[in-house]
Design a protein around this ligand. Structure first.
Ligand code: NAD
Length: 322
């Protein structure tokens, strides 16, 4: 049995293979020809953010499982995987807390204008604090959470802890579930009109691409703080740039980009009213350890110890013959 690890992961996960004498090797070269050569005889793949296309997958003669080190799987050709009786696994129990904390960090940073206060003190202008713009509280503000899955629900708990009013748009989650979590279900347009904060926790697919586009920025309040830690492309970047340039909203925080890495000199970099992080919301040390263990455990259990498999982590469970 042979497992490929595409991209470096925390060593804790690899010990699962080592303890069980399962051959495993790390891949750092993601060029197509090299991947076709190196993956041809593997039984399982643990994958971070590199792309796995149908061309590469079709050359993997023995592949039984692709296990994402994370929860989004838009970097793998899931259509090919689903058609070919290969399992697709995610680390469903690992990420939500770290990402929810990242959103709270962005909310607080942008709300309190921490970057401007920090700059003032460091430039020797401590006494000029009255020159800072107004900054605010989260208390009693209205947040709209788009997508009420694992991360959206963890974020809701934290916002309720700050006494915010939490509104949720997710037509696939029942209103009772939302209300039981002390949140208010709302329609998309109503939520856009009422929110002081919006945080996005949707998968990227054809129905969510450009989910927030030019017209939507005309519905938002001027004080809106918009944070996207889900996937680039869900918020149209040109529309966001236009809104920030013209002060249609207060500010934004992005952890994800339409193209990653974003181009050098991306026009958003020039804006003072945005903060940017390099798709690292889930990369706290604690979360990296959990994702490493969970992604390797998914492979090990699927191939060798099916009774212990966390079936909720297998995206295409109902279509598999095993
Ligand atoms: P999840 O599958 O648990 O939740 C997604 C929710 O979105 C579901 O409740 C679903 O019903 C809802 N949804 C789907 N389509 C919708 C639509 N068109 N309108 C409204 N709701 C819709 O996923 P999750 O674990 O909470 O992750 C959410 C997102 O965060 C994913 O895009 C994932 O890739 C991303 N993510 C980013 C990072 C990071 O490092 N920045 C880390 C983890 C996850």
């Amino acid at each position: 049995m042979k497992i490929a690890i595409m991209g470096k992961i925390h060593p804790n996960g690899l010990t699962i293979f080592e303890k069980n004498n399962i051959e495993n090797f790390e891949i750092e070269n993601f060029e197509e020809d090299s991947l076709i050569k190196n993956l041809s005889d593997v039984d399982g793949i643990v994958i971070r953010t590199a792309n796995l296309t149908s061309k590469i997958l079709s050359k993997c003669r023995k592949l039984k499982i692709v296990s994402r080190h994370g929860v989004g799987y838009d970097n793998v050709d899931s259509e090919y995987i689903f058609k070919n009786n290969i399992a697709l696994a995610i680390t469903g129990t690992s990420n939500a807390v770290s990402v929810a904390e990242h959103v709270m960090t962005m909310f607080l940073y942008l709300t309190k204008k921490i970057h401007l206060s920090n700059g003032l003190v460091k430039s020797g202008n401590f006494k000029n604090k009255s020159e800072l713009p107004n900054f605010f509280e989260l208390y009693k503000k209205k947040i709209l959470i788009l997508g009420f899955g694992r991360i959206g629900q963890e974020l809701a708990k934290r916002c309720l802890g700050f006494d915010m009013e939490v509104y949720v748009y997710d037509p696939y989650v029942s209103e009772d579930v939302i209300k039981n979590k002390k949140c208010h279900p709302i329609k998309k347009k109503d939520g856009f009109e009422l929110a002081d904060y919006i945080s996005i926790h949707l998968p990227l697919n054809d129905s969510t691409r450009n989910f927030i586009n030019f017209d939507d920025f005309n519905l938002f309040k001027k004080n809106l703080i918009l944070v996207n830690t889900a996937r680039g492309g869900i918020v149209n970047e040109n529309a966001l740039l236009d809104a920030l340039k013209n002060n249609k909203i207060n500010s934004a925080g992005l952890d994800v980009f339409e193209t990653e890495p974003p181009i050098k000199d991306h026009p958003l970099f020039k804006q003072e009213n945005i903060i940017l992080t390099p798709h690292n919301a889930a990369l706290t040390l604690e979360c990296r350890k959990r994702m490493s263990i969970e992604s390797c455990m998914n492979v090990f259990n699927y191939l060798k110890n099916i009774k212990e498999l966390n079936k909720k982590n297998i995206v295409n469970l109902s279509n598999l013959n095993f």
